[in-house]
Design a protein around this ligand. Structure first.
Ligand SMILES: [Cu+2]
Length: 474
């Protein structure tokens, strides 16, 4: 009877958990709304044309499969010659839509579900129409969450059972007058196990995944070698200290476990030992810090005469690059000019801006020094270019800059790594909002010829005018 009772309780619990799971998945269209607001509202609205067309009823005029392809990479679809895509592109004056390769199929479906709900419902009734749309596409996620809850339940039961077993053992010990388990020995052995497994796992991790890190790929910039060297010295020193201290810590914990009889020695201080463990780290740290300062000065204050000027512009959630053009002077900018057309707020009356070029990709010429000026539109971002060992905060209203020289073209790096699909990237390294994770820009390092060829295909900011005193850069 007791078992029946228990079973009925468990069934009841599962029923509750299932309904919980349903509730969870009813949020699909909500998720779509969040994703839409984070990624699409810069260019789209449901009922109005913004940069891109109004999306009302887009689920009626396009197939789902087409929408998936389009949203992931519209530019590829246009290039493939897809008639609908090409026509759309022409109708919208050849404006390119951003690619969203990082969005999963389910995420895109949830965006489409949201657009559908918005299209069908008069503004006020949107909430009511969201739930059924979502529930129909939700059967898949349900099972997942049910299984997760069951696993959680089993875990809790296991813990309860184990603690019961220990309680019983303690009772038996009480009755026999001597404990069944000697916890001092158990803990001592656990110390050693923890040391061996923990440190073994750490070293295995270096061995197995160390080759995936950018350090293993080697730097692709001139100052990168110096940077890596400094990193490795610091890493080796702290690594040795780490191993010694951890082994001592856990070994002593094991060796001096209490046997219930021995008394601890009272040992208040030892000036000699304290002197040494203060002086040695002080010297080591001073050397590291001074070395670091020298490296920093090398990287930050080197002068390159013919450095090319590029601006990197960050916004929620994406990047632009602005090239200074033939005069190698970036036009002035003013935040008051920022708008839908002039997204970067460039002062188009400034002669220096006429030949500026704004792009969505960062192309660099190999072995050509560049001065990068960083600018943010809204909040603090951080420009991380891991392969070049460059990271600089991008702060609204506070100009930052960094100069460096790339030393390996994309093609050379692909060959070196044996990875034909390798690409350099620029990432945002400040949690700057809900779509921070997709702030990513492609970096291409070209040869001189490739670079010129690419630059020639880009259009200048104020077409028809040429900046006076144009000087070609060598
Ligand atoms: Cu950001």
């Amino acid at each position: 009877m007791k078992i029946l009772n228990l079973l009925s309780k468990i069934t009841f619990l599962i029923a509750i958990l299932c309904s919980f799971g349903l509730n969870l998945s009813a949020q699909t269209a909500d998720e779509g709304k969040t994703l839409f607001n984070a990624n699409c509202t810069a260019c789209h609205a449901i009922n109005d044309k913004v940069v891109g067309p109004a999306l009302k009823d887009v689920h009626k005029r396009r197939e789902e499969a087409w929408l998936l392809k389009w949203i992931k990479n519209s530019q590829a679809l246009i290039k493939s010659g897809d008639a609908t895509a090409v026509q759309l592109y022409k109708e919208n004056n050849n404006v390119l839509m951003t690619s969203f390769e990082t969005l999963s199929d389910n995420q895109i479906k949830s965006i489409v579900a949201y657009v559908k709900a918005e299209s069908e419902a008069p503004a006020a009734a949107v909430v009511a129409s969201v739930a059924p749309t979502a529930a129909s596409s939700a059967t898949q996620t349900n099972w997942e969450s049910i299984i997760n809850y069951l696993l959680l339940l089993i875990g809790i039961l296991l813990i309860a059972i184990i603690s019961l077993v220990f309680k019983i053992l303690a009772r038996i010990g009480d009755i026999q007058g001597k404990p069944v388990i000697n916890w001092n020995s158990v803990n001592a052995i656990l110390m050693i196990l923890f040391l061996v497994i923990g440190m073994g796992a750490a070293f295995w991790e270096f061995y197995a995944h160390g080759k995936l890190t950018v350090f293993n790929q080697g730097p692709a910039s001139e100052h990168g070698a110096e940077y890596d060297n400094m990193f490795m010295i610091t890493f080796a020193l702290t690594g040795v200290v780490f191993v010694i201290t951890q082994v001592l810590l856990f070994w002593y914990g094991f060796k001096y476990k209490s046997d219930g009889k021995r008394k601890a020695l009272f040992y208040p201080d030892n000036h000699k030992i304290e002197m040494w463990w203060t002086i040695v780290p002080a010297i080591v740290l001073t050397v590291l810090v001074i070395r670091g300062l020298i490296t920093w000065n090398h990287m930050m204050y080197k002068k390159e005469d013919n450095a090319r000027k590029i601006e990197i512009f960050a916004y929620q959630f994406g990047w632009n690059a602005r090239y200074a053009g033939t005069d190698n002077k970036l036009g002035a900018h003013n935040f008051r000019e920022v708008g839908k057309v002039n997204a970067l707020g460039v002062d188009t009356n400034d002669v220096n801006s006429y030949d500026d070029i704004i792009t969505n990709e960062l192309h660099l010429e190999v072995n050509q020094p560049i001065d990068i000026a960083f600018r943010a539109k809204d909040v603090i971002h951080s420009a991380l270019m891991p392969h070049f060992r460059v990271q600089m905060n991008v702060v609204p209203g506070l100009p930052t800059k960094f100069s460096f020289k790339p030393t390996l073209t994309t093609a050379e790096m692909r060959k070196k790594l044996g990875k034909p699909e390798f690409d350099y990237i620029l990432l945002c390294n400040k949690i700057c909002g809900s779509a921070h994770y997709r702030m990513k820009m492609l970096i291409v390092v070209d040869t001189k010829e490739e670079y010129q060829k690419w630059l020639n295909t880009q259009s200048v900011l104020v077409a028809g005018k040429v900046a006076p005193k144009a000087v070609a850069i060598k």
